[in-house]
Ligand binder design. Sequence first.
Ligand code: PMP
Length: 356
Amino acid sequence: MKTEWIRKTIQNFEPYFVAPIAEKNVINANENYFNVLSIPAVKQELIEALDTFKPQIYPKPMADDLRKALAEYVDLKPENIICGNGGDEMITYLLGTFLNPGDKLLVHSPTFDMYELGAETLGAQTIKVKDLAGYRRDKEGLLAAVKKYQPKITVICNPNNPTGDLLPASFIEVVLKAADNLVFVDEAYMEFAQKESVISLIRQYPNLIVLRTLSKAFGLAGMRCGYLAADQEIINAIAKIKAPYNLNAFTQLFAQIVLRHKEELFKVRDDIVEERKRLFDELVKIPGLTVYPSCTNFLLVQVESKHEEIFKALKEKDILVKIYRNSAELPNAYRISVTTKEVDDTLLEVFRKELS
Ligand code: PMP
């Protein structure tokens, strides 16, 4: 293949790296440890639904029934929702709908890679506002950058991946007022924060777009289901580039069942939040380690020494965490998804032993 066949903007891209998995306890991707099929009623409803399920028929293009269920969940109208194959696909659609080559995308940094990757693919320029010490967002810096550049899209990941930092909704409202253009708030982890969502502000701000996903608190990462909420005109614009049958019929069905059981899943969410607090309190006590307060289902940790050794020692105990290698922004860091006390106790043991 001739290299010049590849779109110029992506010629230097590395393929997205997904770590090979051999470990029993995979806590590197912020998944939910809980299997929704272990709720007997969920399994039963799914089996019953299969009686009338028709895999030979294309799915509903706008996932009408699921859209209605999601709208109910976030207290908006179905016309305010568009769904697809996980938040990842929705980010691609969002950027593809609004970014021209040369447009500006403003992000805080560090954050989820997909925004910058998507913007670069389209030939747009990413402007970054670095976090303050302790990986807390630079609110003043962000606001100043919004006013200075008036970027086509300002991205706020809230709570932020990988730092866990949560910004108040009041600050996002200030950004919404200052921005002439779009403000995109990624709330993939908002169910774990349980406060500061801006999703209801969609009724007031036609420049606000919010991302949510069923991959985290709802435990459906493997089914791929994410959605954007925004003013109807924004949703209609995004629908122009959406593949007609993007979200498969089985996911549409499964997601509706799981949404009906949200109370059970919120109990699991509450357990994860409790366990996150305990893990944080234990990690804080370990010398040579820094852990950052988080409003999500994961913790960002940095060590003063033995970065690679600890990663290996965890692997030997059958635990895979996300390790940041050669990262100027996140030196000697790991991101650890919170799961169960049992896994966390083993993890704590390794950190204590290696850093003693
Ligand atoms: N946004 C953020 C901040 C994320 O961390 C992720 C998942 N890693 C996503 C969006 C996308 O998740 P999914 O495609 O599974 O919905």
